[in-house]
Design a binder for this molecule. Structure first.
Ligand code: PMP
Length: 300
């Protein structure tokens, strides 16, 4: 855990970084965040991540006291301070800040901003080769009219319950349904199916986050000549798919080989999933904000 992180205008050693117990991010999960990756010195789709962060913040009426360009510089500087020049995972958190014990966000005058950069692999490495197992879990995805899944808020309890229930059932990941019973996503990843040469992913209104990786995979697949259908589907469609995989910044592209005890196709990661993963890996190394060339504003 050694290294430096950005905290409210300065760089502090990770082990000395402290936020107040009165921070409403801590007390109430009141805040927003992004998970971002750098590959070969290029921060993948940094702008898209930051735009989503501002959208999440707008939705909860949280004013981020920086421009997008300033946040970009803070991210770049955090990587450099940690001598991370190749690959890294970046966590950017904006919390409501310090307030009193009441809910009132107007009593929190100053948002708190944290940027952490380090190495992260979400699933054990071998699972990217052999594929993961999913189960349908009892908890349903947050309804968009209650807490929109498009808001990447610090309130991730819904997702944590999903993950916890998947682990309790002995699986690696949760197949998450919305309240109507349609497949939404994983606990922190989007889901894709391939059936008869066509690709399917749930539309975001179903209750799936509009993932940056999801969008990149759709673009890659369409470039490769796939028809990608954003349409609702059920567990049955997952069981009988030729290939299933998940996408996310932390998870990247991970094949799924078993769902609710049903073996997907012949139980090994599909060829098309491999091709897409390969194409994804070759794109991420060139597509993004290069930290060496980044003309950054002085921060911290
Ligand atoms: N769904 C949820 C609930 C997520 O939290 C995430 C991000 N971890 C994703 C999907 C994938 O989004 P992205 O590809 O932008 O990381």
């Amino acid at each position: 855990m050694s290294g430096w992180l950005y905290l409210d205008g300065e760089f502090v050693e990770k082990e000395n970084a402290k936020v107040s117990v009165y921070d409403h991010g801590f007390l109430y999960g009141d805040g927003v965040f992004e998970g971002i990756r750098m590959y070969s010195g290029n921060i993948f789709r940094l702008r898209e991540h930051l735009e989503r962060l501002y959208d999440s913040a707008k939705s909860i009426m949280l004013d981020i006291p920086h421009t997008l360009e300033e946040l970009e510089s803070i991210v770049v500087e955090t990587l450099k301070r940690n001598q991370l020049h190749e690959s890294a995972y970046i966590r950017l958190v904006v919390s409501r800040g310090k307030g009193d014990l009441g809910l009132d966000p107007f009593k929190c005058p100053e948002p708190s901003i944290v940027v952490i950069a380090e190495q992260l692999t979400m699933f054990p490495k071998e699972l990217y080769e052999t594929g993961i197992e999913m189960v349908t879990v009892p908890t349903r995805r947050n309804r968009p009219d209650i807490l929109s899944p498009q808001v990447k808020s610090l309130n991730y309890l819904n997702n944590i319950l999903l993950k916890l229930e998947a682990y309790q059932a002995g699986a690696n990941e949760a197949l998450t349904l919305n309240t109507e019973g349609y497949v939404a996503e994983g606990s922190g990843e989007n889901i894709f199916l391939i059936k008869n040469g066509e690709m399917f992913t749930p539309p975001t209104y179903i209750g799936a986050l509009e993932g940056v990786t999801r969008n990149a995979i759709i673009e890659i697949a369409e470039d490769q000549g796939y028809v990608v259908r954003e349409q609702p589907f059920t567990r049955h469609d997952v069981y009988v798919a030729d290939e299933v995989f998940l996408t996310g910044t932390a998870a990247e592209v991970v094949p799924v080989v078993k769902v609710d005890g049903r073996v997907i196709s012949d139980g090994v990661p599909g060829e098309k999933t491999h091709e897409l993963l390969h194409a994804f890996r070759s794109i991420v190394v060139k597509d993004g904000v290069n930290i060496t060339n980044h003309d950054h504003i002085q921060v911290g």
